[in-house]
Design a protein around this ligand. Sequence first.
Ligand SMILES: [Zn+2]
Ligand SMILES: [Zn+2]
Length: 417
Amino acid sequence: MIRAVKGTRDILPPSSAVWNHVESVAREVFRAYNYDEIRTPVFEETQLFARGVGADTDIVTKEMYTFDDRGESLTLRPENTASVIRAYIEHRLDQLPGVCKLYYIGPMFRRERPQKGRYRQFSQIGAEAIGSDSPATDAEVIEMVTEILTRCGLSGFEIYVNSVGCPDCRPKFVEALKQRLVDVAPGLCADCQRRATANPLRVLDCKIPHDQPAIETLPSILDHLCPACSSHFEQVRMFLTDRAIPFQVKPRLVRGLDSYMRTTFEFAHGALGAQNSVLGGGRYDGLAEELGSKVHAPGIGFSIGEDRLVLSLEEAAPGAHRDPLQIYIAPMGGAALRHCAGLAHELRRAGVRVELGPSAKLKRNMETANKLGARYALLVGDNETGAGVYALKEMSSGEQRNLDRAQLLETFRSPSL
Ligand SMILES: [Zn+2]
Ligand SMILES: [Zn+2]
């Protein structure tokens, strides 16, 4: 038997209904904030991600699906910001008026160790606001994400924000960090020891419990921000407070992408245990230039891990997004089946969820209706066909009433059914 590849999976009903729910909520919210959809290819030139994500990040060094396509190195996208910025530059979207606001929904690929809520093909819902360096944009993006999660039905999430500085102030902080790590690093995990010299900021991101007390003693970036970064961060917090969005400042929040500067943020939710980040994002003011843009295109974006969000929603309210079968039509006899086909068509056109059973004995059809979880069964024999009156039976109570075609359609037009 051929099975799905390790780290990938099939999304089956009823879970797929939760996925659809999340995506339609996200589209609604994106629309309200004046974002439009962009669909980029799932594979790109490898160097796009090496430059866009950062050559010595875990993503690029360990996790990418890279393959040779007759001499050209291509990679399945591990994230989508680099692709969106590539498209922004390629299609000269900087020429459009206003801030360029784009969202995407789709699969990404990373060769990670599979664990709960984490897959090698995973889905992200994300957005980028390109062409603004204003802290008001940062706050609007965080507000929008809050809106998506809340409207999806997620509650009890926490919002962490930080500033990672800019090319003016961050190097001084990294230097101070490096100095301290000379003493601290030997007591930390192997990854931290490697990062202590290669990419000291990432030490702050370590999740190993044993390392935490020592990492807490390291210098804070917030003590090293330049006046411009400091003021930017202060305004982001002010705008969030104005919006009554509760947040915590987390000076260790550095995020995975090298291109981040100033604002970074993360939303966490308890149901996911140690892997509790539902989404993350940040500002990347130099990324477009890094990818070859001749115009300065500061931007901020985020991506929601859709797999984890769906998992959180399913744990919080199991079965909440089921869309139950409304009517099971049970024809008794060949003539009734022919008649019912027309009836089913009419109901379906009216937006009713209908299953048309086979011509069979009443008992057998009722068993099927029960197993399918139908709310009503419509019993149609040759007598009913002739009279044009049908018996509608409520499955839970067994109550039955007789309706003609017009009454039937009228009944199911009301949204409560
Ligand atoms: Zn700065
Ligand atoms: Zn560590």
